[in-house]
Design a protein around this ligand. Structure first.
Ligand SMILES: C[S@@+](CC[C@H](N)C(=O)[O-])C[C@H]1O[C@@H](n2cnc3c(N)ncnc32)[C@H](O)[C@@H]1O
Length: 259
């Protein structure tokens, strides 16, 4: 499991404010259609970027409930949202939401379900807290969409396979439509947002993933440090040579609770 500790929080703060991840977050924001006065649960709110955007959209008459299991991430989120009295942070798990039945108009969760040990329970929990007619939006990557060019494809394959171990589930978007139906929700649609980098941008998704992957595979003794560093150096060199190519697709799944 990837540790969402203070160091990771800082790295995520930079990349999550960058254009790539902002676009990904915007796709879930748009699908959710936040309206003035809405009460919205942001499940796995992380450092609170989406929470703050939702707070602005619902306005002072609405409410946003930011829920996360990591205190470090919530510390960053609380600082970011300190100007919004309509935001409340709750420490808790997506698999056992600290919310009453039918208490929110909308619920959203971006890049969280891949870390959950029980996705089915988390979908059922989101359905439970939605009021009748409420909307659920879940944004997550399908990791089979990952294309990452290397002159050493075997090493790239080893690095990606080692990184896979930080996930509980790599195919979340494909699993969600039937899970929505099983939870009594109406599945509406899935849309895709591909992040494609041919430049290694300091605030980009690829740069963040290179740093996280190197730290994770070495820290967990999955790949020798020299090999992970050689992989990292190769990608930096490919970027300098204008040969960098990275593509990963994020999907947004939308459903609603029947009236
Ligand atoms: C990659 S971050 C995404 C944060 C935020 N949703 C965003 O897109 O900016 C994943 C977040 O999920 C949280 N998380 C992991 N497992 C969780 C669980 N069982 N319940 C609630 N949050 C969880 C982590 O603490 C982390 O803040």
């Amino acid at each position: 499991m990837l540790e969402f500790d203070a160091r990771t929080t800082e790295l995520l703060n930079i990349a999550y404010s960058g254009a790539d991840i902002t676009r990904r977050r915007q796709a879930s924001f748009d699908a959710l259609q936040p309206a003035p006065g809405d009460v919205i649960a942001d499940i796995g709110c992380g450092n609170g970027l989406l929470t703050a955007e939702l707070a602005r959209a619902v306005g002072p008459d609405g409410g946003v409930l930011g829920i996360d299991i990591s205190e470090d991430m919530m510390t960053a989120a609380k600082a970011r949202c300190s100007d919004f009295p309509q935001v409340t942070f709750l420490n808790g798990s997506a698999e056992s939401l600290p919310l009453d039945d039918a208490s929110v108009d909308k619920a959203v969760s971006v890049q969280v379900f891949e870390y959950l040990s029980n996705i089915t329970t988390a979908v059922a929990e989101a359905a439970r807290v939605l009021r009748p007619g409420g909307r659920l939006v879940i944004g997550d990557i399908h990791f089979d969409s990952w294309l990452w060019h290397s002159d050493n494809p075997e090493r790239m394959q080893r690095m990606m396979a080692a990184w896979d171990k930080h996930l509980v589930e790599r195919c979340v978007p494909a699993l969600l439509p039937p899970m929505f139906r099983d939870a009594g929700l109406v599945y509406e649609r899935t849309t895709s947002e591909t992040i494609l980098d041919t430049v290694l941008k300091p605030d980009g998704l690829a740069n963040m993933m290179m740093i996280l992957i190197r730290a994770y595979v070495v820290g967990n003794d999955l790949i020798p440090e020299a090999e992970a560093q050689a992989w990292f150096d190769e990608q930096e060199q490919m970027a300098r040579d204008g040969r960098f190519f990275f593509s990963l697709t994020h999907f947004v799944t939308v459903g609603r609770k029947p009236d």
